[in-house]
Design a protein around this ligand. Structure first.
Ligand SMILES: [Mg+2]
Length: 396
């Protein structure tokens, strides 16, 4: 259904890791600051002052120090838990505006404020402006916002006036907003395609729908009509509809009787994490996003998902997410549950993990060895050694 107001909000924190460090140590504000590893490191985040000096991400730290000798380098080595904590607080503030929050990464996500029933654009904008101010005041984090009637357009809008941007695309004005922007802003247009399109006279988004179908088919393939729709700002994806990966791992449990006890449901959810990670490891993959879905006796569902900064094939990082996610997902706190589902998505090969985390890998290698021992023990005993007490379905 077409929205009458720009009630899909995309937020994207500005220079997130650096902003967290600056929030914790105000003496770093206004300086050329980068977060990265000193050993075999790359720049994971750079302040806007450092960017003006030629530092970008990802750039080897050694090169960054060459182009910008007075760069203040902050090690990310101990920062991961701090970054996750700030991220959780930022999304918690979003959840005071609407329960429909979809985290796409540690510092980026969508919100659907449509269900708030704002009477006009101005009141919707005021609510999001207030959230932007609150995140800056309470967490010290500058965040850019885009508001539009569709997800793709709101995500492009949030990138327009960084840092501390705030761009509103009125409902119905999507195509006009996109038309003058460079073609590369469309999600999914890679560098190679961009060069190809430009060589064929398609430099701006508005040039794409104006071209004839056979040219577009030769440049973009069979799905060229989808690209035309995207370029016109037509997209009906909903917030919270997690993008389906080629593969995900999930498990669900329908309780023999409805359960209202938080600790009991959490124990079941953690048991599912225990059951799923060995499968992820056995396939040689890593997972990034944990989603928990709950179902009430009336068959209505609620869910919540969050992504790790660093994809993992270990149980521990997902355990940490389980409790806050279950709390967020279980919105009708007074209702018992009929079903709980745990899903791991964002599945990838460990080989594509970011070099940034190379320094941590020794400790992880030890944990992985231990996990492999437990997996093989479980395999020998048909899984009874560490099995949890529920029968659950597995879907791949
Ligand atoms: Mg960001």
């Amino acid at each position: 259904m077409k929205r009458a107001l720009p009630t899909i909000v995309h937020l994207d924190a500005d220079a997130f890791f650096v902003s967290v460090e600056q929030s914790l140590d105000p003496s770093l504000r206004g300086k050329k600051v980068a977060v990265g590893g000193r050993v075999r490191g790359i720049v994971a985040s750079a302040s806007y002052e450092a960017r003006a000096c030629g530092v970008y991400t990802p750039m080897p730290v050694s090169q960054a120090l060459r182009v910008c000798p007075d760069l203040v380098l902050v090690s990310h080595a101990n920062g991961m838990s701090r970054y996750s904590e700030f991220s959780a607080k930022m999304f918690a503030l979003c959840e005071t505006v609407t329960p429909y929050v979809e985290c796409r990464s540690i510092d980026e996500g969508f919100m659907d404020i449509g269900p708030r029933g704002f009477k006009d654009e101005a009141t919707a904008v005021a609510a999001v402006r207030e959230l932007q101010g609150r995140i800056l005041r309470e967490l010290g984090l500058p965040v850019s916002f885009g508001m539009a009637a569709t997800k793709v357009v709101s995500a492009i809008a949030s990138k327009q006036n960084k840092p501390r941007g705030f761009t509103v695309v009125p409902a119905g004005a999507e195509a006009d907003f996109l038309a003058p922007l460079p073609i590369g802003v469309l999600p999914g247009i890679g560098k190679k395609t961009e060069v190809l399109l430009k060589a064929n006279g398609i430099a701006r988004v508005g040039d794409l729908p104006a071209q004839n179908g056979s040219l577009l088919a030769s440049l973009l393939g069979r799905d060229w009509r989808g690209w035309v729709a995207t370029a016109l700002g037509e997209d009906d994806a909903e917030v919270g509809t997690v993008h389906e990966d080629a593969k995900s791992y999930s498990q669900q449990e329908t309780f023999p009787r409805d359960i209202g006890d938080f600790a009991e449901v959490l124990r079941v959810a953690k048991g599912m994490i225990d059951a799923l990670l060995p499968k992820v490891r056995a396939d040689g993959k890593t997972a990034r996003t944990l989603t928990i879905k709950v179902r009430y006796p009336g068959m209505e569902d609620d869910s919540a998902g969050r992504s790790l900064l660093e994809p993992s094939d270990l149980e521990a990082p997902f355990y940490v997410l389980a409790e806050p996610l279950l709390r967020t997902a279980w919105r009708r706190v007074r209702s018992p549950l009929r079903l709980v589902m745990v899903k791991l998505s964002g599945i990838a090969e460990p080989a594509v993990q970011m070099e940034l985390f190379a320094e941590k890998s020794d400790a992880d290698a030890r944990k992985r060895k231990l996990a492999a021992v437990v997996d093989s023990l479980n395999a020998q005993t048909n899984g009874t050694a560490l099995q949890h007490g529920f029968h659950a379905q597995t879907h791949h």
